[in-house]
Ligand binder design. Sequence first.
Ligand code: DP6
Length: 408
Amino acid sequence: MRSPRSSPLPGRATATAPANIALVKYWGARDLAHALPLNPSLSMTLSACHTRTTVDFSPAPGEDEVWLAPRELAGDETVVIGPTAMTSAVAAADAAAAGDDPARGVPHPEAEQHPESEQHNWRDPGPAFTARVLAHLDNLRRRAGLDPGAGRFRVVTVNSFPSSAGIASSASGFAALTVAGAAALGLPLHLERDAGELSSLARQSGSGSATRSLLGGFVLWPDPAGGDADDPRAVQLHPADHWRLADLVALVDTGAKEVSSLGGHRLAPTSPYFARRLEGLPERLDRVRRALADRDFASLGTAVEEEAIDLHLIAMSSRPPIFYWTAGTVDVLAAVRRLRADGVPACATIDAGPNVHVLCPPEAADSVAARLAEVPSVLSVLRDGAGDGPVLEEALRGEALTQSEESW
Ligand code: DP6
């Protein structure tokens, strides 16, 4: 007979988790719903581009709530404004945060009942985002041994980068949600000791890249020593201070992309070149790993750029084809080649979108950022670099919560 469960404790936790940029890309899955990749990927965890999420769990029945707060001010540290200053990402994000963009910034349907939402200008992220967040929390709740639907959640999430910047927020978003959700539910998971297990939980959100954002520095997924092929976990190859590479993200288009990464994974095997890609990847992965271990930027750049072009070749030759590039993408690729011709070490990589991540050694970051900002089609440049992974800022449970915190 099932013994009755003791009633769950209320909990609140806040976590910050970074985005990451893949040097070898995850593209194609043998099981999309569970994000089981067809190839290993390797990424650099970032620092300035991150998501901060607070999860409140109350055992009292009621409606779940998911809110998106306006972006945190990026500050000089993160954003270099390009020649078309304020025409683009930053201005659009400010407009969205102010509620000017009906697709992104409408007040939450429950807003009237929550004076604090008005005060902090929280917005409704929309039904698709809300459903994905709640499905992930449901998973964590089951993991905590609670009945499905027991209690209610309130989630408030904020990105350090403009949501309209056209750079993915799902990696940082689901990594932060996993850490904050697990802590709010009292799952006994430690960020460092249990990083592999937390990365496995993050993967179950369906975002493969979130799996890698659970660790800092340079991250391989799946961990080849991880054992279970149906539960691929991420592993750190080097901490961030092994090599504080800079990542200057040249924004050339900030609109929503037409085909999601999920759509791209699904179509990848339809490319006639996909089998050849998978065949050649172990050798390329090996080159990237060696270049990282030796801090050999020239070799790293060659392999990373080759990999980015390969991913887009697969996308462009899928049936139907997916074309993520714009004219601005090509302009930035040309600018990176010019930088190299002038003796500045830099290489480019591109995820499932038009914007270009330009990597360089830290000492070259100022000149690379300045040169990218001069490219007419570059709207702005986000300045980032290798970072240390998630942080659990606050975790309170049961009696540690004051009554007002408990009764949101
Ligand atoms: C091109 O299925 O992880 O960025 O959750 O939107 O980040 P998101 O997509 P996911 O695929 C990532 C595809 C990629 C390459 C990569 O990050 O490895």
